[in-house]
Design a protein around this ligand. Structure first.
Ligand code: ARG
Length: 416
């Protein structure tokens, strides 16, 4: 399982000092969340600012960064934080992508488009701008890499937070017998949304969840439906099996991570949803196949007429291949950008070469880079990587992971 348990098991990059907003559910079902993190010691922010500004001035050949650093330091002395220029924000967001150990798609890091929405902090406005993010990223299927950066955390004034792990996620309704209709990964957030007053969707396995957004400051989290026109989805068909369509499977076109904190030069942007485009295996070998997700291999194998009595018939392997063919075929037919694991593995190797020629070390986490099917048929399998904790970075706050699971208690020691 590469998902939550794995994330929790890895050493996390936890920036010190992001203040976590507190909010108590009336009636006490949600406990106080987070707990005040200590503000970072000023020198830590000063150091991180100087490091980032030096990196930018070096890479962009802007000359001596001393004056810019002095200005940032004066601003920090004055206000406890400092403001990035739009150019610094763009550079920081792109380099944070370049530094993402788990991402195989980093060849394109320079092409990331950045929406500078740092003045937006109200929950309703964040939700509306997030829907617009999806429209601008989707473009009828010609998907482009995009990030929207909302207000940062400031001393005593937390920025907004999106509780969903992605802008588009499917609900998981826990039934009385404990089984889940929809995506079990989102069962916790679904229950939370219902508690917050979301009336629920029609009850299909693919109901799009509302955005759960907590505005900046001490706003309460609230649910906001995503307009239909913001959510492109692809119905799955198979290149040969005409019965496939009747399985009623689909997936959303844009993977837009919504609860990672963008950390640049010591400043935390806790709401900075970003997207690339899918690699087919994410859907076909994980989301629809994992036993703790949609767990579809047995059903597909049955339709394929495979002998499922013994693992040694490799029925799972054969079902996986057909499911992944269906994903790539369907996205292609719908004109929606998607990559495959062979192409993307080669491109990642190109990326490594390019970065090395620039004199930069590339950190990578082998267990995330290697595709979940046909690993040994891709070049990334046959080598090792080192993980590096470079900044700027997209980081998981433990609190944000817990919120995405709909758990809003007992994490107050995080970050201490
Ligand atoms: N694996 C996640 C999912 O299946 C998406 C992670 C980001 N993926 C990407 N291609 N940018 O929804």
């Amino acid at each position: 399982m590469r998902n939550f348990p794995r994330i929790d098991g890895h050493r996390e990059l936890v920036p010190q000092g992001c203040p976590q907003p507190r909010w108590e559910e009336p009636g006490g079902r949600l406990d106080r969340f987070g707990g005040a993190r200590r503000d970072p010691p000023a020198y830590e922010l000063l150091r991180a600012a100087a490091e980032f500004l030096t990196l930018r001035h070096t890479e962009e050949r802007l000359g001596d960064p001393a004056r810019r650093i002095a200005a940032a330091h004066a601003e920090i002395a004055d206000t406890g934080t400092y403001r990035h220029s739009t150019e610094e924000l763009v550079f920081g967001a792109r380099v944070a992508w370049r530094n993402a150990n788990r991402c195989i798609g980093r060849l394109y890091w320079r092409s990331l488009r950045v929406r500078d929405l740092r003045e937006v902090r109200d929950g309703e406005d964040v939700a509306e701008a997030s829907a617009e993010h999806l429209r601008e990223a989707t473009r009828d299927g010609r998907i482009r890499a995009l990030i929207s950066v909302f207000a940062p955390d400031e001393p005593g004034r937390p920025g907004p937070r999106i509780w969903n792990e992605q802008l588009v996620r499917y609900a998981g309704y826990t039934r009385p017998d404990g089984a889940v209709t929809g995506d079990p990964r989102n069962a916790g957030l679904t229950a939370l949304a219902l508690r917050l007053g979301w009336p629920g969707g029609p009850g299909t396995p693919f109901d799009v969840l509302p955005l759960v957004v907590q505005g900046g400051g001490d706003e309460k989290p609230a649910c906001h439906d995503l307009p239909d026109d913001a959510v492109l989805q692809v119905e799955l068909t198979h290149p040969e099996h005409t019965w496939w369509r009747a399985l009623g499977l689909r997936w959303h076109a844009v993977p837009a991570l919504a609860n990672m904190c963008l950390e640049i030069g010591g400043v935390c942007y806790p709401a900075a949803p970003f997207n690339g485009w899918y690699m087919g295996t994410e859907i076909g070998a994980r989301n629809l196949a994992d036993t703790d997700r949609y767990d579809l291999l047995p059903r597909i194998a049955e339709h394929l007429g495979l002998d499922t009595r013994s693992d040694r018939t490799l029925w799972k392997d054969r079902a996986l291949v057909e499911l992944n063919r269906a994903v790539l075929h369907s996205f292609d037919r719908a004109g929606v950008t998607v990559t495959d694991h062979h192409t993307e593995s080669r491109r990642f190797i190109d990326h490594l070469g390019r970065e090395e020629r620039k004199g930069r070390r590339v950190g990578a986490d082998w267990s995330w880079i290697v595709p979940p099917i046909s690993a040994s048929a891709t070049p990334v399998f046959h080598r090792t990587f080192e993980t590096l904790e470079h900044r700027p970075a997209y980081v998981h706050h433990p609190e944000a992971l817990a919120r995405a699971r709909g758990e809003v208690t007992a994490v107050s020691t995080a970050g201490r």
